[in-house]
Design a protein around this ligand. Structure first.
Ligand code: 5GP
Length: 174
């Protein structure tokens, strides 16, 4: 079992709720009368995506993808699919929903992959971005919070598989 460390609240439940609603409102404004597909990047985005979609007012479908990153001492950007979308995305308006963009390598891989599917449009919605850590330019069309370089947990984000259930975003071992 993970040793219990102190967890400081970094982004409160209320602040998240307000920002998620604002992001959904932006999406509603941009896609009036159009059907969209939200692609939830598992596992970290499942709570964010669930809250986001409940504020979406345009016709919306949900798909899930799961990626595995090479886990060495350094992020190499080697990424592969565990689960891809189940339907054709040809001609569809697709929004990738990510929990956090850190180096940007994972989401860049996914954006490249999705572009090959002849989508009508492709955008990225990320709850968090650690801008200072980016190794590659990533166009985040809908961004929740630009955060400093801290390891965060909660609201879907884990530490060793744990803490995803926290209703706020916290800093572990602060
Ligand atoms: P990237 O390819 O952008 O470096 O990595 C993105 C992935 O790394 C995220 O989807 C997430 O799984 C993980 N990650 C990066 N920073 C954090 C963090 O602060 N907390 C947690 N829990 N995961 C993180």
């Amino acid at each position: 079992m993970a040793a219990s460390k102190k967890i400081d609240v970094f982004i409160s439940q209320d602040a998240i709720k307000t920002r998620v609603k604002e992001l959904a409102d932006l999406i509603n404004r941009d896609y009036q009368n159009q059907e969209i597909i939200l692609v939830c990047v598992l596992n970290g985005s499942f709570i964010f995506c669930a809250d986001l979609v409940r504020n979406i007012k345009v016709p919306v479908q949900i798909e899930m993808v799961s990626l595995s990153s090479y886990e060495g001492s350094q992020s190499t950007g080697e990424v592969s699919f565990r689960l891809d979308v189940k339907q054709s995305l040809v001609g569809k308006h697709v929004i990738l929903v990510e929990d956090i963009v850190d180096t940007g390598l994972t989401i860049s891989f996914l954006l490249k992959h999705m572009k090959l599917k002849n989508v009508a449009s492709l955008k990225l919605c990320s709850l968090l971005l650690k801008r200072a850590r980016l190794k590659i330019e990533v166009p985040v069309d809908y961004l929740g919070f630009d955060i400093e370089d801290k390891f965060v947990i909660g609201y879907g984000l884990d530490y060793d598989g744990l803490y995803r259930e926290l209703p706020y975003i916290g800093v572990y071992g602060a």
